[in-house]
Design a protein around this ligand. Structure first.
Ligand code: ADP
Length: 505
């Protein structure tokens, strides 16, 4: 009888379930999009109940398409959009508010108030590895407790739980209000601003300063161990839940970046480059995050430096859905190929402020360099190039922080199907860009973590042997052209700054 590992990939725009066989090949996929809720400028929410319902549905789809029964699934791994935060009632199982999504900027004032207590954006950086920013989970919990009627009293009574999406799913899968396990893993916990990255424990002082009762916080576990078993009738009942990683850590794991010095860049809704720094947590001097890479069972934690970019693929989505300039994301490549270059136009997509390496919540989107000459094709180029330029900024920061220049970049995610972008990326970074055969690295990483925990795969070497190159793009652009383009981009960035003030939010 064949055996399989299931991976649930709960992403920003959709939920997927993938069934993997022992070779690490994808046997089947179930997928469903969920609603993006934009109640006001800068606010982004998801319905946590919809996400849980979609999770059940896509798992059912994937199992049915593979003709695989629950008893053939040896383990399930979970990976999730990170930082997106749910607060729910432990008795009723109901969220008290929509999930507040990682891109949401409503916590700007909370973040400023915390910084004003002393230390500014770096107030907690030594302990949690992160600058104070709207991106992270802790301030989102604080906002819910401050703004939802009765929430603070209920939290103080111990009735409310908080979690990122991993916790929400595991709690529901293991019984929900009927004894569900309230857990998270080190990678997700490292994005809350509440976990000390050295001790891997919650920092009670920071939680108190943010006004978050510690009774709300889940237990922190490793990325690969049996946490519990599915208890939902007809939905992976009895299957060990044995892997959990934030999506970017999962992609790093799926790209088998197991050793110090290996890096990957994922091109999805946003872009996220992670460099494995081994057992050493490297504090960043250049606007990167110090974060957990992975921890297997009671093994030593491995750390990473991360460059997070909020808006890359979602800019293409915006061009499709809000401008109607294209009808599908891949079509942007055709439009961009109708011209030779960007015609002098640069698009800084600071829709949620700018993340790495700038961390400027006062920035907003800008298109600059416009003349009467610029047409739709040039703008399509500017849109794609924005992803590559932002990645160059992050790569430069990574080289500076680590003291070693990266010699190649492993890439994955939805945008790596775009040949024009990948070539431009190699040109701009001046290193080869390499896409693996299995591009679904996020789900694969979650499957690997779960499969390792139950002995389906024996060790990291076995997984490393499965990685294979699909395609590589070599740099071709002359150095002077590369640097001229990049200088223009840096000028464009300055035009997006200092936009948000008291009157313009
Ligand atoms: P996520 O996991 O963050 O939801 P994916 O890795 O599935 O995202 O990537 C989807 C993103 O990639 C979307 O934002 C979409 O606009 C973008 N995208 C997909 N295909 C292309 C393409 N060929 N060219 C440019 N962008 C693309």
């Amino acid at each position: 009888m064949s055996q399989y590992v299931a991976a649930i990939d709960q992403g920003t725009t959709s939920t997927r379930c993938m069934i993997f066989d022992h070779d690490g090949a994808v046997v089947s996929v179930g997928q469903k999009e969920h609603q993006q809720i934009f109640p006001r400028a800068g606010w982004v929410e998801h319905d946590a109940n919809e996400i849980w319902a979609n999770t059940r549905e896509v798992v059912g789809q994937a199992l049915a398409r593979a003709n695989v029964g629950t008893s053939d699934v040896v383990a399930v791994g979970i990976t999730n959009q990170r930082e997106t935060t749910v607060v729910w009632d432990r008795t009723t199982g109901q969220p008290v508010y929509n999930a507040i999504v990682w891109q949401d900027t409503r916590t700007t004032a909370i973040v400023e108030q915390l910084g004003a207590l002393g230390g500014g954006a770096d107030r907690y950086k030594d302990k949690v590895g992160l600058p104070l920013a709207t991106y992270f989970a802790g301030p989102k919990v604080r906002w819910i407790l401050d703004n939802v009627d009765g929430a603070r009293e209920r939290a103080d009574r111990g009735d409310l739980l908080m979690g990122t999406i991993d916790s929400w799913l595991i709690w529901n899968m293991t019984g929900g209000a009927d004894g569900g396990l309230h857990l998270t893993d080190v990678s997700n916990a490292s994005r809350t601003m509440l976990m000390d990255y050295r001790t891997l424990a919650w920092d009670a002082g920071i939680a108190e300063e943010m006004g978050i009762p510690t009774s709300m916080l889940p237990e922190i576990r490793s990325n690969s161990e049996e946490y519990g078993r599915g208890r939902k009738a007809g939905f992976l009942a009895g299957v060990p839940i044995a892997g959990s990683l934030g999506d970017q850590q999962a992609a790093t794991f799926g790209q088998v970046c197991f050793t110090k010095g290996m890096a990957k860049n994922t091109y999805g809704t946003g872009n996220f480059m992670l460099l494995n720094t081994g057992e050493e947590a490297v504090p960043s001097q250049n606007g990167l995050l110090t974060t957990l890479c992975y921890q297997l069972g009671d093994g030593k934690p491995m750390y990473a430096l991360e460059g997070s970019i909020a808006v890359t693929g979602s800019l293409v989505q915006w061009v499709r859905d809000s401008l109607g300039m294209i009808s599908s994301a891949p079509e942007i490549e055709d439009v961009a190929r109708s011209v030779e270059d960007n015609g002098g136009a640069y698009f800084v997509p600071a829709f949620s402020g700018l993340f790495a390496p700038h961390w400027r919540s006062d920035a907003r989107g800008a298109i600059v360099g416009l003349t009467r000459y610029v047409n739709k094709g040039h703008l399509a180029r500017a849109v794609l190039e924005a992803t590559a330029y932002q990645t160059r900024e992050v790569l430069d920061a990574m080289n500076a922080d680590s003291g070693v220049d990266l010699t190649e970049l492993r890439v994955d995610g939805g945008m790596v199907g775009n040949e024009l972008l990948m070539q431009f990326q190699a040109d701009l970074l001046d290193v080869p860009v390499i896409r693996p055969k299995i591009a679904e690295t996020t789900a694969l990483g979650a499957a690997y973590a779960a499969g390792l925990a139950v002995g389906f795969w024996s060790d990291l070497d076995e997984l490393t042997a499965k990685w294979a190159e699909d395609k590589r793009w070599e740099p071709q652009m002359p150095a002077d052209e590369r640097e001229r383009n990049y200088r223009n981009w840096q000028k464009a960035v300055t035009k997006s700054l200092d936009w948000v003030d008291e009157d313009v939010r």
